[in-house]
Design a protein around this ligand. Structure first.
Ligand SMILES: Cc1cc2nc3c(=O)[nH]c(=O)nc-3n(C[C@H](O)[C@H](O)[C@H](O)COP(=O)(O)OP(=O)(O)OC[C@H]3O[C@@H](n4cnc5c(N)ncnc54)[C@H](O)[C@@H]3O)c2cc1C
Length: 449
């Protein structure tokens, strides 16, 4: 048996990483702060479902799990836009057949991964085990049992922190800021999010189109909804905290009711428990965390949200965390046996890409909440669909990020932004009816060269 790896955090990234490392022959200890989610109802209100796309699927494929997980998914072919007038419009994600994103339950996916990990002889999962600190040089960590409060030190050959945006492992890196030259930034949006629900009809059907990601874009405010297997939708409301109709102002049932009647009237008939949900569910913050380095002494590394938390507007946080595992695996193929080399190579390849998706995710916040209703943007999407239908090698920025898993996020950002600039300018100054598509495609190619 190879080295002993201690993984902190059995969320989506940590559990998939544990499986992959065990498949490579390592002995893995996986410690999770929370109780076992298979026997405890973990609090609702934190993104019940997620959009899983090509980069995440590639990582699941690497671990031989894609086929099982895809059975738990609902394809979403495009954005179903709900306008204030009540008009609906489907804006497809791609002009090519077979390019869609998938709605998957966070809990369901995490449980499937935990079941798979538990069935492997060389993974030991410990729940209720809260990491307090990591000794970076020794590759050991102190955990506290949530029930007994007993503290235990666990020793390993290396420690990998996949303990999410509030990472305790990252805190241990930060505690050595000067020695490690540890850079850290945290950028909160002034918006928060709150989860609501659209239940199935009494006979178990979907109340709105099943195979779409629904968006109600209203400038400062935005609501989205993703389908669940049971016929329901998880609805996420994004509002600023401050100002008129901000979360802080919407503090009574009549105010919330009036706000929905004014801005989101077509949701009301589908959401009978809206007011109860609104006051029962917490309001979450949205922020971007960037840091560097991700490793110390070739003994301790962070990955997933612990290293790069992003805002959810590209639906890429989990996908990026899963992609970390693909990149880590490739680096292991080259440098296995030399952890320092593996860790430093991994962070140097990866940080520029996760920084890129962090920036793109903030761009998409503005695009989703008001860009999608802008006439030039609508023209641009229509033109992009035609280009994707006619030229297999053309990918819109969204497609470069979402469906082009062999292109890095930083390349997707550079190429996608250049294309967007050109196309928005083109659409603002030209009609797109009866256009010579080939000529436009050549112009884009020239722009990118
Ligand atoms: C509203 C919202 C919507 C989102 N939608 C999408 C989407 O559509 N698509 C997408 O790809 N991404 C989405 N994301 C992002 C996605 O949720 C994260 O990127 C993903 O969960 C990161 O996985 P992770 O395993 O790194 O961290 P987490 O999922 O946060 O898991 C960390 C784990 O570590 C455990 N832990 C924490 N501290 C400790 C400790 N001290 N000791 C031991 N264990 C610890 C936690 O309990 C948890 O189980 C969304 C996020 C939000 C907030």
């Amino acid at each position: 048996m190879k080295n002993h790896i201690l993984i902190v955090g059995a969320g989506l990234c940590g559990t998939l990483l544990a499986i992959r490392m065990a498949q490579r022959g390592y002995r893995v200890s996986l410690h999770e702060k929370r109780p076992d989610m298979r026997s405890t109802d973990i609090a609702a209100g934190r993104s019940i479902n997620l959009a899983l796309s090509n980069r995440g699927l590639k990582a699941l494929r690497l671990a031989g799990l894609e086929k099982d997980i895809i059975k738990e998914c609902i394809p979403m072919n495009g954005r179903m836009l709900h306008f204030e007038t009540g008009e609906l419009r489907l804006s497809k994600y791609s002009g090519r057949e077979g390019e869609y994103i998938n709605s998957v339950s966070r809990g369901g996916l995490n449980i499937s991964l935990i079941n798979k990990a538990e069935a492997m002889d060389n993974i030991n999962i410990v729940f209720n085990s809260n990491c307090l600190s990591v000794d970076l040089e020794k590759a050991s960590a102190v955990f506290q049992d949530a029930d007994t409060k007993k503290k235990t030190e666990v020793n390993a050959d290396i420690v990998i922190g996949t303990d999410g945006a509030g990472s305790a492992v990252r805190r241990s890196l930060m505690a050595r800021t000067t020695q490690l030259l540890f850079n850290y930034s945290q950028d909160f949006l002034r918006h928060g999010y709150k989860e609501l629900s659209i239940p199935p009809t009494e006979d178990g059907r979907y109340r709105i189109e099943k195979n779409a990601l629904h968006i109600w874009p209203r400038g400062t405010y935005m609501i989205i909804a993703l389908p669940n297997l049971d016929g329901s939708f998880t609805v996420t409301m994004f509002n600023p905290y401050d100002g008129e109709n901000g979360f802080n102002a919407l503090d009574t049932k009549p105010k919330v009711q009036a706000f929905f009647e004014e801005k989101f009237a077509d949701i009301l008939p589908h959401a009978p428990t809206l007011l109860e949900d609104y006051f029962a569910n917490p309001t979450g913050n949205l922020g971007t965390i960037k840091c560097y380095p991700w490793q110390a002494f070739g003994k301790t590394l962070i990955m997933g949200d612990a290293a790069h938390a992003i805002v959810p507007f590209y639906g890429q946080g989990m996908n990026a965390s899963f992609e970390d595992i693909v990149v880590f695996d490739e680096v292991l193929d080259q440098h296995e046996g030399n952890w320092e080399k593996v860790f430093t190579t991994f962070q140097d390849i990866r940080a520029k890409d996760t920084n890129a998706i962090a920036d793109l995710a903030v761009d998409n916040f503005y695009e989703m909440r008001d860009g999608v209703t802008n006439p030039d943007f609508i023209k641009k999407r229509s033109l992009e669909m035609q280009l994707e239908q006619n030229f297999p090698e053309y990918y819109s920025k969204y497609s470069l990020v979402t469906f082009n898993e062999n292109l890095s996020y930083s390349q997707a950002k550079e190429k996608g932004r250049k294309q967007d600039e050109f196309l928005l300018d083109f659409c603002a100054n030209n009609p797109i009816e009866n256009i010579d598509l080939k000529e436009v495609f050549q112009m884009i190619k020239k722009e990118l060269s």
